[in-house]
Each structure stands twice: as C-alpha cells, then as structure tokens.
Write a protein that binds this ligand. Sequence first.
Ligand code: PEP
Ligand code: MG
Length: 886
Amino acid sequence: HKYVYDFSEGNKELKDLLGGKGANLAEMTNLGLPVPPGFTITTEACQAYLATGREPDGLAGQIEAHLEALEREMGKRLGDPQDPLLVSVRSGAKFSMPGMMETVLNVGLNDQSVVGLSAQAGGNDRFAWDSYRRLIQMFGKTVCEVPGEEFEHALDEAKHAKGTHNDLDLDAGDLRGLVDAYKKIFLKHTGREFPQQPREQLDLAIRAVFESWNAERAVLYRRQERIPADLGTAVNVVTMVFGNLGPDSGTGVAFTRDPASGAQGIYGDYLANAQGEDVVAGIRNTVPLQELEQLDKASYDELLGIMARLEGHYKDLCDIEFTIERGKLWMLQTRVGKRTAAAAFVIAGQLVDEGLIDLDEALHRVNGAQLAQLMFPRFQLDHEFQPVAKGIGASPGAASGTVVFTSARAVELAAEGKSVILVRRETNPDDLNGMIAAKGILTSRGGKTSHAAVVARGMGKTCVSGADEIEVNVPAKRFTVAGQTVTEGDVVSIDGTTGKVYLGEVPVMPSEVVQYFEGSLDPEHIDNALVRAVHRIMTHADGKRRLAVRTNADTGLDAARARRFGAEGIGLCRTEHMFLGDRRELVERLILARAPGEREAALAALLPLQRADFEEIFREMDGLPVTVRLIDPPLHEFLPPLEQLAVNVAVAQERGEDVAKEEALLAAVRRMHEENPMLGLRGVRLGLVIPGLFAMQVRAIAEAAVSCARGGGVAKPEIMVPLVGAVQELETVRAEAEKIIAEVVGDSGVEVLIGTMIEVPRAALTAGQIAEAAEFFSFGTNDLTQMGWGFSRDDVEGAFFWRYLELGIFGISPFESIDRDGVGRLVRIAAEEGRAARPGLKLGVCGEHGGDPDSVHFFHEVGLDYVSCSPFRVPVARLEAGRAVV
Ligand code: PEP
Ligand code: MG
C-alpha cells in the first residue's frame, strides 16, 4: 500500500489523501514553482496508526526510500555532521484544525550537525545555534509536551542576563548556553536526553502529528464543526530553507487580493532575517510586502509573477507563505484564502469580470451566512478607534452601551431607556433577564457554544464571548483591559461579527446592502463594488432558483418591506399578533364569555378590525399569494396570569372593595388554566371550542379580498388552519369556512384556498389523509421540532442547549437549522404522501428554518414549492435557493 507521496506525485484534488497543505504543495511543485523538495505521508497512514496504535507495515520502509531520494536530490544527508540536510515536519489535515500539532522545524540537528550547519552557513555560528535551540524548543513542546513557558522563561533569562529585549542581541555563545538550558528542561520533563539520532527525531515528530489528531481541542473542534472523526491528518516532510541567514534572507505572508475588502492588489507582510514563527509570535514588526521591492527586487518580481500565476490557476484569492534564503525565493504554502463576507462577494464579481469563473461559480462561492452578515449595521471605524480586546464574534451585530455587571442593573437601566452592555465572565441561566434587557453581551470566557453565545444568537442579540484580555470583577463592578479600568456606567462598543471590543461609543452606520435591497441605492449608478457584486449575484440566484421565497409578516409595513426585499407573497400571517394591544381585552372577553350574546358582541367588534388588517396586507401584496393563519395563541399569552390575579383579588377583598367582576375573571382563568399551554387549547382546537371565532376570521379575510378586488386589486388569500393533527379537525373547519366564503365572494372572482399547517408529528404521518381536505400544506417546523424532539421551544436554549452544543450532541440548535434525519424525515414523508394523495398539492415551510441556509437546501431537495421567512431573511433565502440549484 502506498503511504508516502513525493510532492511531484500529488495534486490539489488529493486533499482527502494528502491533506490541504500537502495537496497544494504538490500542485505548486507540478506548476514548476520553487517549492523546497519533500514528501507527504498520507491520511491513510494516520488512520492506520490511530486504529492500531502503531505505524502500518511498510510505512517505515517507504519513508526511508523517500528520504533517500530527497537526500540524493539535495546532495546532503539528514543530520550529516559535515553538511546536514534538515527538514520540517508539518501536519496538514483536509480541513485546517486548531488544536493539532502544527510544525517542528530543523529536524536533523544535533550536537554534531550543528557544527556542520554553521560551517555550511559560512561560519555563521549564531544562526546554527539559534536553529538548534528552536528545534529543542518546538520538539520539546509539540512532540514531548514539555510546557512551552519553561523554554520561554529560559529565553527571557538569557536576554535579561544580556540586558536586552531583542532576540537578535543574543550571540552564538548565549545561544549555545540556551541550548544547554533547553536540554536540561527537556530531560527534566521527559526523563530522557534530547534525541540525537536524526531519524528518531523524524519518526517521533511524525508520530506526534498522527497523535495530535486526537488531541482534546481537535476532537472538540471536529465535533462542533461536524468534521468526521476518522479522516486523520497527513504529515509533510519538507526540506528546510532559512529566512534567518542574514539581511538577504527573510520570510513573509501574502494575499493575492485584499482579504478584507476584496480590492485588487498585493497584500502582505515581510520580515527580514527571520523564520515564519517569528512573524506569528510578533517578536519584531513586519513591514508591508511592497517594501520587499527595495530590499530584493528580483525576489519581489518573481513573487508577484508567482502570485498572478497562482490566482489564474486556482481561479481564486490565494494566500501564501514564502521564505527568501540568501536571495532565493521559496514557496512554503498556498491555499485558497479565507476572506470577509464583503470580500467574498467583491472577489466573486471581479473574477467573473476577469473571465476566470462564470456566474454559477460566483454564486457557489458566496453564501447566505455571509449575506446575512452584510445586512447588519456596522461600526464606522476611523483611526480614533482601536480595539482594546478581541474575543469571539458569537452573535453578529454592532452594539454600544453603558457597561453593567449584573442582570438586575441591566433590567433597571434598560427600563430607563438606556442601551446597556452586560459584561460577565460567563453567563448562566440566571442572567436571562439581563440578557433580554441588554443591547449586547460581552464575556471574558467561553466560545461560540457558551451559554452567552447560544442564548444571544437565539435572541438575535449582539454578543462577543471569550474576550480573555478582559479581567472582569463583578463584585467591584469593573473590568480591566489593556491597563485601563472600565467601571459601571462607562460606555463600550462591541462588534459581534469580528469579536472586537472598543472603549467609548463607536458610531454605527447602516448596511449598504440593506439600502440596496430597500431600493435606495441603485447598483447601476453608484461606485460601490460590494453593492454591484451583490446585485449581480442575487439577480443570477433569482434566475436559477426553483423555490419561491415568501415572507412571514403580519403588518402592512412588514409586508411592504419584505416585498422590497424580494418576497413573492406571504407564507405566514400570524393573526394572533393582531389581537394584542388594545384588542386584547376583546379577546379576553371572547375567551371568557359564557353566554352566546357576550361572545357574539366580542366577535362583532373584532370583525371590522380584522377586515381592515387584511385589506392593508392584501394591498401591499397585490397580485401575490397571502397565507393567513387562523388564530393560534397559546391561551396563557392572552389571559392575565393566575397567581397575579389571585393576589389582586385577595388584596382588594382585604380592603373591602367590590370584587365581583375580578372574581368572575379569576374563576374563568382558573377554569381555563393549563399546566402545559403549548400542548393545550391552541390552534384548531381553540377554533373548534369557541364557536364563531374562526368563522369571524374567515369572513374578515373573504370580505377584505372582495373589497380589494372591487378596488381593482388582486387578492389571493390562502386560509391556513394551525395545529391540525387529524383530517377530521380540518374537515370540520373547512365545511364551515366554505359556506362563508361562498356567501361572501359571490361572483367577485376572488378565489380562496384552504389548507393546513403540518406541525404536529401525527399530521406528518397521516399527510395522505389530510391532503384530501387541504389545498396546500405549510410545514410549521418550529412546532414540528418542538414536538418531534420533545424540546420546549421557549425554554431549552438557556436551560441545556449550550451543554448539548458543547458536547457535540448536535452541532447547531435544531430550532435554528432543520434536523434532516428526524424532523426532516417527517417533512419528507408528509411531502411524498401528501402529493401522492393530491397531485399538485402546494407545499411550503413557514417555521424559522425557512430562512436558514442549510435548511433551504434541504427544502429544495425535498421538492417544496416555497420557503417563507422573516423579511430580513428573504434575501438570504433567495440566495440559498439559487445556490441549491447550481
Ligand atoms: C411553526 O410552528 O413552525 C410556526 C410557523 O408556527 P408558530 O411559530 O407560530 O408556532
Ligand atoms: Mg406553530
């Protein structure tokens, strides 16, 4: 079995086998670019090692053979005392993964070959001993788990003894002393001498890379990112080239375009006389890549030529790492580079202009999550504002406000109309009220799946988590950061997209992308590369997609906005939202009515109000379908809370007041009280229990449609019955509704469809029967998820989801992204059986999942006709529906 590939044997398509880094090194080698020779040990070798706990048969021999070939090519032998070949050992999985071992440099150095290296470097003792101490440090830390601080500490001591802060002031003698100190540290922690055999160094480093696949942080990362646990990592063994051989050497990183804005040009950093890790460690300041032109014009020109070539070859933004060794350029790595959301759109547009990719490919290269990011307002940052800390962008948005440290204070100040930022080390379920009251949440601990992050995302609230430079002291009501103290009442600004934290109030500017969707920026007439690219790609997505996109809206205002955002109708108008505010009392009267007269009076008062609501919505959605859902309130949302009412009555009685009315209300609330209202008298059940309620709504809808038609408009109402679990429920409602509709529409030409939500698992499983009585289905995936999993949608996020996410039980909340295997299966069954019973049955979805990128792809695959989502999500759904096709 072949476990080792020379760089010349691979290519960029072999990422599964060679990992990302190895595949790209091979690709560059075959393009004829100057890559230091080397070979890649495959992920299959790693898998075999992890399965059995030992290197697979044949691996050692293959490494030997490839090493010999390398030695022949370089004319040197690994660790040769006179003229040593040195190699680096680098991990490289298919996906880059924090927590895995990354690199050991200078493998092959020992007490003898360090002398040879010096001689070969023209008697540069300093360089040789510096290289040796780096090997012991990296090898000790990453291969043998020696605590890195011990090495750092010894280095600091050496500098202190010399009276300097700069590594470069240490001479050969100092570094030689440091090597001795490092060896002692190594011996102390490992119980053995630092290995002197070059091949043993190599084998141990390779094994350490294999084992790092199962490092705790790597395992957790994979679980959360849904990366399969059995892929394994490849290992690259690469000839060392040195950027630290003098002023004519150096190292750098570069991007073929600006990864922040997407602008064309060369972006990068260069550090003379240094190795790559110095750049990462930030020991000395890098200079902009352009300055290399003055330092070494030949290498600079060659580098630019290579970058242009790589872009043309990969047809995308590439990032690269390179080293210059005494005026000779070497390419150490390339890959298709990460970029911001704005850059993703801009670059995709540019590459189409340049003829490198077509619009389908451009659509492929952007996504709904990026578009959603671009729709948040952003901080307007000039030089005045420098971040004081950077955490994890846990929930996007830009928020400024007064700092508070407790939930209670957050609630207090918010009630006074202040914007507050709740600052905690981490949050827990007790902080929920404060989180609701706050404009944003900032924590010093915890990642993307911490309690704060999960709950904030669920609320759509800006959150930065894990900003660990911040030292939070809740009892003292202050935090310190970068030597400054921030106390309660000071203002901070947090960016939930970038994770950056600023002191003071940073001005916020509206999203240009939203302005474009709103119609206030004309892409043809403004000089804005982002807006033009978004316009172009959205237009293409609209032309490609099969799924229609509707919106969830219950006011004319929302309907109008969603229409501007591209909604092709309303998929869910939640009528219970029309019963809040002043009208709540009417509903209360209706629900509590005991005599038919009382009830009819309440209904008669509601009818004209409802009719006006629908007229407004039909007007805004003129010509487009509007799905109106009959009332579906969990009753407890409309009635006064039982305990509160009981207390009020008791207090009033105590005072001797007349409480006859309150007592009647209390009795009624007691009578209607439910322990579990979400599973109680909701939806169709309510319609069947309270005579005349659904009838009133149906009449209001039909009358509004007729009035629209008379005014010259086109109303296309679709009446939707919620929470149906059995066809008999629907048939009962339908019979009554049809009579009313026939009576109201007469010969006005108005057509009214009647359909149902599929949101109770039983409805999904009996969809064939239900379809007999329904002209359309709309999947209510919120309730379907709630009842499918048995998770209370109102309680779980703060209670235990964060833990489930941390443990990787699921990678994302099933209320956010459809659970394809379980809840999705119910959707699939209902779609198939519904259509089998009634060909042409119209199918849509109106749960929150309708605006979630991955879920949109699922609904496309299942063959739904449309998705419906909140107005702001409409563009995201349009884009993803297009992406689902290409
Ligand atoms: C649903 O359950 O998915 C739905 C859209 O209805 P609601 O969220 O109003 O319960
Ligand atoms: Mg529902």
